[in-house]
Design a protein around this ligand. Sequence first.
Ligand SMILES: NC(=O)C1=CN([C@@H]2O[C@H](COP(=O)(O)OP(=O)(O)OC[C@H]3O[C@@H](n4cnc5c(N)ncnc54)[C@H](OP(=O)(O)O)[C@@H]3O)[C@@H](O)[C@H]2O)C=CC1
Ligand SMILES: Nc1c(N[C@@H]2O[C@H](COP(=O)(O)O)[C@@H](O)[C@H]2O)[nH]c(=O)[nH]c1=O
Length: 368
Amino acid sequence: MHQTLALAAQAVGLSDPNPRVGCLLISAQGELLGQGHTQAAGQAHAEVMALRDAAGRGHDVRGAVAYVSLEPCAHHGRTPPCCDALIAAGVSRVVAALEDPNPLVAGQGLARLRTAGIATEVGLLADEARELNIGFFSRMQRLRPFVRMKAAASLDGRTALLNGRSQWITAEAARQDGHAWRKRAGALLTGIGTVRDDDPRLDVRLVHTEHQPLRVLIDSHLEVANSARLLQPPGQVLIYHGGSAGPVTAQALCDLGVELKSLPDARGKVDLVAMLSDLAQRGINELHIEAGHRLNASLLRAGLVDELLLYVAPKLIGEGAGIASLGPFESLEQALQWRWLDAEMVGNDLRLRLRKLDAVANPSDSSL
Ligand SMILES: NC(=O)C1=CN([C@@H]2O[C@H](COP(=O)(O)OP(=O)(O)OC[C@H]3O[C@@H](n4cnc5c(N)ncnc54)[C@H](OP(=O)(O)O)[C@@H]3O)[C@@H](O)[C@H]2O)C=CC1
Ligand SMILES: Nc1c(N[C@@H]2O[C@H](COP(=O)(O)O)[C@@H](O)[C@H]2O)[nH]c(=O)[nH]c1=O
């Protein structure tokens, strides 16, 4: 199953909105017959890829064991059901790390395999498998993406100087690592303040990817300049606004191929909860945020951030903006609490990952 998960990880940046799944076909004698992982949406799933691989190598998979990192699907989506392909191929046993989290189909693939006389087992390396697809689980079970907020900070917790400059606080290795996390996401989100100060490209370019995430901007009054780098190719751009955009600006942005969506809250800003639900409906599993301290504060205050991805540089940079302008607290009981997930040196910077205490991708597993 470790090997199956490594295969599944190869679908990062490729299979969205479908989950990252790996499949390994092993003979009764323990020989590898075929392997595969999910392809781009609409193309073959892991099981079909593994069966094709086995056929390509001239192997007979009758009686083989199939290791899969997620329950084989039982439904006709853009491709036929994988459990039918495994049944037709004559495998004898299917070992799945997890049941499908989609409440509409959960358990159906395994049930169909059992009805066909195939032995099934579920739960091997379940936590690792769920982690790889934490966004897919979030979208299926909470109807919103898993939200990861990235920030690069100095040792004194600053994300920018008082004059707005922030490039660069961390070094090249950390920035490249940041792109590997961008690659995992279906969408990258920033705020108008960051666009004004940094003019980010917000793409994946320091690591290889098969497809660019959707770029999302929160811009209440459609103030973004047409020349903003984020609006240029590659990839699609979506701007959420608060409904007060003038028709001329809106038309100019539409002419650039940008999609505009009005989701006003009571204050004419963007309704962040509605935005997450809209992104989920668009098939976004993981949402990666790289915004400034104001928008970060709005998202954190609303309790919408599941994970913090912080890069800390060994520098003291004096006065400036923090990670989030949450305003003065009266007591320490008001603190937003996190739990450490991991810490790693990336070049000369430190990468910290933290999870919100109640970030639940699987309601039955409060440790996520
Ligand atoms: N080191 C790092 O990792 C990063 C640093 N930066 C730095 O941060 C600075 C920019 O910060 P900042 O100006 O806060 O930029 P943001 O990207 O946070 O954008 C700020 C804007 O977002 C708006 N906003 C907040 N909540 C909402 C909402 N619910 N709906 C609509 N709009 C909302 C704010 O409006 P309002 O003020 O009305 O609330 C404000 O206009 C720059 O100096 C940049 O270099 C930026 C990204 C990462
Ligand atoms: N300053 C800073 C970061 N800043 C983030 O990177 C964005 C620029 O993206 P791009 O134009 O695609 O390279 C910028 O707007 C901000 O969100 N990131 C880091 O890893 N380290 C840093 O020191």
